[in-house]
Structures are given as C-alpha cells and as structure tokens.
Design a protein around this ligand. Structure first.
Ligand code: 13P
Ligand code: SF4
Length: 314
C-alpha cells in the first residue's frame, strides 16, 4: 500500500469515528498531512484542552501526550508509538526536584513541559519553549524572588534567564536536547558563509553561543510564524531545529528557500518513531490499551495545577 493510500484510509476512518489528530511540527510529514491540528507544545496543549472528541490521537512524544491526558482526564489520549519519548525528561526525577526544593526552600519551581508527570507534580508552574521567559518573570514576581529553580533543559534555563533577567538555577546543570545542543558555532558560521542572504532561525534549546549568532530565536510555532510573516525580500532561511519543521515550511511556503543549519538535517529519532502505518493501526484499534497514555489520578491531579497555571499566564 502506498503512503497516499494509507493517508486516505486514516482520513476516512478519522471522519467516520470522529477522532481528533494532533501533531507536532517534528512529526514525519505524512503524519502532519493527516492531522486536524499542527502546533508547538504550547499550542497543542491548548488544542488538547479544547478538543471535543472522545478520542485524541497525539502524534508527538510521550510528555506531550501525557500533558494532553492530564488536561483531559475524561477522554482517551493515544500515541501511535508508545516508545516515542523525549530523552531530555530523563535528566530530572521527582526526587531530584525535592532535593533542590529542600536546599532552596523559598524559590519557585519552573518545569519545562519536556518532563515526566511526576516532575510536573512537584512544580509550581510549567512552561514551554515559547513562554519560558514570561513564566519565569511572572512567577518570580508573584513569589517575590529574584531567582527560580528551572529544569530539565539547561539551555532553555539560560535563555529564560537571558530574556527575563531572573536567575534560573538549573536542575540539573547538564540537561539538554541532543538534537539542538549538537548545533555548533561552526555550523552557524558555515551557514552564514554558504547562505549570506539567509535569515538564521534557531530553537531556544540551542546553546547561548549559537543563539547569540542567530537572527531569530523561538519555539517551533514562533519560528514558523516569523518565516510565514517574512517580507517579500526575505527569501532564504537557515533553520536550526528538527527537520520536520523545515519540511512543513517548504510545503506551505514554496516561494521561499530553506536550508538546514546542519548538514545531517537535525533529526529527532524519538519524534520519528510515530509512523503513518502506526497511525493507521491505532485509529482502527482505539480500544487497545497499549496505545493509551494514562497518568495515575493522584499524579494527574498534582500536575494539572502547574499546567493550567502556565496556560493562564501565557
Ligand atoms: P516546542 O515548544 O517548540 O514545540 O518544542 C518542543 C520540543 O520538543 C523541542 O525540541
Ligand atoms: Fe526531546 Fe529534543 Fe526530540 Fe524535542 S527534539 S522531543 S527536546 S529530544
């Protein structure tokens, strides 16, 4: 069966059954093409909250589907490949957060959504890459502090600190995303030489040196918006994030030219574990508990508060 035939079947089944498919920009392009909504992690959390179908198929990594499940405890949230997980989340455990809190009892805890539900449950507020600086500023103002605890991404913590002026103590120092932290100063300098007229856009999970050399820093949805709203003179773009976003931009904006900031095209293997074949299978097996993402009611109750607070503040 061709990819197109599988996609047609997914679309037909989706309509018959009335499920909602949410997909992140890093998903394989053939999944993006059958999704009801595409977005970054913040946008998808909002959409998950608003979805009015009994079943939501979440094409992304585990923490995104978990967040959707926490926000929709009366609905079924399924992920096409339950092994699609974000390794960044493993840098921080609930025990580690409790340790940091003991040592810094007055500081608010800000947790990036790329984390486990247990870790979220220990936090005061969550954030995504699109609102990290704003959330840090707001929560430190509310709590009357000049610093916050922030984890698990050390690069995003640094970015939030740079933008907000509030000290972000990293939980832990070494948390990072292997896709974004592999982007080097050398890659950016080479991109400038090879594409002198291009605007270089990168994700906040990149290192400070890389961010400082780039022209625009933003979440996937913010990068997409910047490129989509670019002037007619801005034709070329170097994209410093996972290649799925670049593929989306190339399809939607054929009049622009896109180049990856790295020769290997920046690939998140975890995001690509979801395939169109698995999507086809799941939509036909909605009651198979293997695909359902569930968080224990006790943890879900605790994690809901910081997620809802983030949605309120952003
Ligand atoms: P966004 O917040 O841009 O969706 O990023 C999520 C992510 O996993 C980045 O690597
Ligand atoms: Fe996690 Fe990085 Fe993949 Fe995003 S790109 S899901 S942070 S590993």
């Amino acid at each position: 069966m061709s990819v197109k035939q599988i996609q047609d079947e997914v679309l037909k089944l989706k309509k018959e059954i009335g499920t909602t498919i949410l997909a992140h920009y890093y998903q394989p392009i053939e999944i993006q093409e059958v999704a009801d909504h595409l977005g970054d992690s913040l946008g998808l959390s909002r959409l998950a909250k608003e979805a009015n179908s009994e079943y939501i198929i979440f094409a992304g990594v585990d923490f995104m589907a978990e967040t959707a499940s926490i926000l929709n405890q009366d609905k079924h949230v399924l992920i096409p490949n339950p092994e699609s997980c974000c390794p960044m989340a493993a840098y921080l455990t609930a025990d580690k957060v409790r340790d940091f809190k003991l040592k810094n009892p007055n500081l608010p805890v800000v947790v990036y959504v790329n984390s486990t539900a247990d870790v979220k449950a220990e936090s005061d507020i969550c954030c995504t890459s699109s609102n990290a600086a704003k959330i840090v500023k707001e929560i430190s103002k509310v709590k009357g502090t000049k610093a916050v605890l922030f984890g698990p991404d050390a690069n995003l913590a640094d970015y939030a600190e740079q933008k907000s002026g509030i000290k972000c103590i990293k939980m832990p120092e070494e948390g990072n995303c292997y896709v974004h932290s592999q982007l080097t100063v050398d890659d950016i300098e080479k991109s400038r030489i090879n594409h002198p007229d291009a605007l270089i856009v990168v994700h906040p999970e990149c290192t400070r040196q890389v961010r400082n050399l780039s022209d625009f820093v933003g979440s996937t949805a913010q990068m997409y918006k910047r490129v989509k709203e670019s002037s007619t003179n801005e034709i070329e773009f170097v994209i410093g994030t996972e290649r799925g976003l670049m593929e989306r931009m190339a399809q939607d904006l054929p009049e622009k030219k896109f180049y990856s900031a790295r020769d290997d095209g920046m690939l998140c293997y975890n995001m690509k574990k979801n395939t169109i074949e698995l999507m086809r299978y799941v939509i036909d097996h909605l009651d198979d508990s293997m695909f359902e993402v569930k968080v224990s009611p006790e943890i879900a109750k605790k994690a809901l508060k910081p997620i809802e607070m983030m949605l309120e503040y952003s």
